[in-house]
Design a protein around this ligand. Structure first.
Ligand code: ACO
Length: 376
């Protein structure tokens, strides 16, 4: 066995090899299949980057048309799923409903074929899951809130159709563009807790659904994807308690109490700006006028960022601007982390494919701190 050392939270530990993505902090780049993710977000749409993530190369026009056709073809949910959604407890978080449906979808597959962990089978299944995720997410929310279901509209593109189902009305092109850009930003990010969870699960040769369900459970936590919802709640809390003028005191007081300000800090970037946050921040001002309280929320957002930098030397991560962008787009807050999961599904599928293709079971050891020797 290799020399074992302990790093709390596995900080700095190399968990696996991968050819999917890499956080190149030296050059402040997120490298996805050899491309700069931020450049991709500026120039490509989500489906193009999803194709790249899954298949390793940017699609030709024909490949993209075929891929988008598959996403459209599989977007509708089996009738049983709608029946399941009607049974879910109304108090449930959308994220929990989302992973419940994913488990249910696994149950609709032939148990024998689920055991097929070949690249082809995983990609086929993965594309289907990605196609279904927008309808799963939007209709889980709708069922929990007693709203009428919305079926996927095959005449709409992936992001437009997703936003349409979330909002219940046709979104305008500016909203679709920014929403699509946030999905690209969220698509894949090397080895966050959720991706690690997915790979650990996949390493037992468990199926793709189980790996995505495990990742969803991880992503929900406020130290991870759940931060985008926490950011929106915090901004609204400050709005209700004095607005931008009160933001500085709010942050200072929270920090004095030893609390964390959500949307700041990152295990890998920690004292640097998350490139995704820098990009998304550019799009915030143009959205402010979409809600009456938008301008004030933007001022609060800017003040909190300034104070966090001054007090802690911490920069925003992707969830900080995303939480505000989704709010300004009129999306209900409880959908923010589920939206993150929809986008990240492409990255997770790529990781499950890679794990299964070069599998070795994850099985680390511990630094035992219990009693030495057996008790009598
Ligand atoms: N607010 C206040 N202090 C913070 C924050 C924060 N958001 N983040 C880190 N710190 C401080 C810690 O208190 C600690 O200070 P200390 O050394 O004085 O005790 C120091 O920075 C290091 O923090 P750790 O928790 O050890 O760093 P770790 O790498 O384990 O945590 C994490 C990273 C979980 C992201 C952390 O920065 C955090 O809690 N952030 C808020 C939650 C968040 O935004 N999560 C989203 C992550 S990005 C994503 O999922 C897309």
């Amino acid at each position: 066995m290799a020399q074992a050392s302990y790093s709390p939270g596995l900080e700095g530990v190399i968990a696996t090899t991968t050819s999917i993505s890499y956080l190149d902090t030296e050059h402040e780049q997120i490298v996805l299949r050899g491309y700069d993710l931020i450049e991709l977000a500026r120039t490509k749409r989500y489906t193009e980057v999803a194709y790249l993530t899954l298949y390793g190369h940017l699609p030709s026009a024909a490949e993209l048309a075929g891929f988008e056709g598959q996403l459209r073809e599989h977007a509708e949910l089996p009738g049983e799923v709608y029946r399941l959604l009607d049974l879910l407890p109304r108090r449930m978080h959308v994220m929990d409903a989302q992973r419940t449906v994913l488990s249910f979808l696994a149950g609709l597959e032939d148990p024998e074929s689920l055991k097929d962990t070949s690249v082809e089978a995983n990609l086929r299944r993965g594309v289907r899951v990605l196609a279904q995720m927008p309808a799963v997410t939007a209709n889980a929310y709708r069922a929990l809130r007693g709203l009428p279901r919305v079926r996927p509209d095959p005449s709409l593109g992936f992001s437009e159709g997703f936003l349409y189902m979330l909002l219940g009305s046709r979104p305008d092109p500016d909203a679709v563009r920014v929403f699509d850009l946030t999905l690209v930003c969220y698509i894949e990010h090397e080895m966050p807790n959720s991706t690690f969870a997915a790979r650990v699960i996949a390493s037992t040769l468990s199926d793709l659904y189980g790996a995505v369900v495990g990742a969803a459970a991880s992503l929900k936590g406020p130290l991870h994807g759940g931060a985008n919802e926490a950011v929106a709640h915090m901004l609204l809390d400050i709005l209700r308690h004095g607005g931008a003028d009160a933001a500085e005191a709010y942050v200072v007081e929270r920090l004095r109490r030893g609390e964390r300000i959500m949307g700041f800090g990152h295990r890998v970037y920690m004292r640097r700006y998350d490139p995704r946050a820098l990009l998304m921040r550019e799009f915030v001002p143009q959205l402010a006028a979409r809600r009456p309280e938008g301008e004030e929320l933007v001022r609060i957002h800017q003040t909190v960022e300034r104070v966090m930098h001054r007090e802690k030397g911490l920069y925003p991560n992707a969830d900080y601007p995303a939480g505000l962008i989704y709010y300004l787009l009129g999306i209900p807050i409880e959908l923010y982390t589920p939206i993150f999961l929809v986008s990240r599904t492409a990255g997770l599928v790529a990781h499950v494919v890679e794990q299964h293709a070069h599998n070795r079971l994850f099985r680390p050891r511990v630094l035992y701190e219990g009693p030495r020797g057996l008790r009598p």
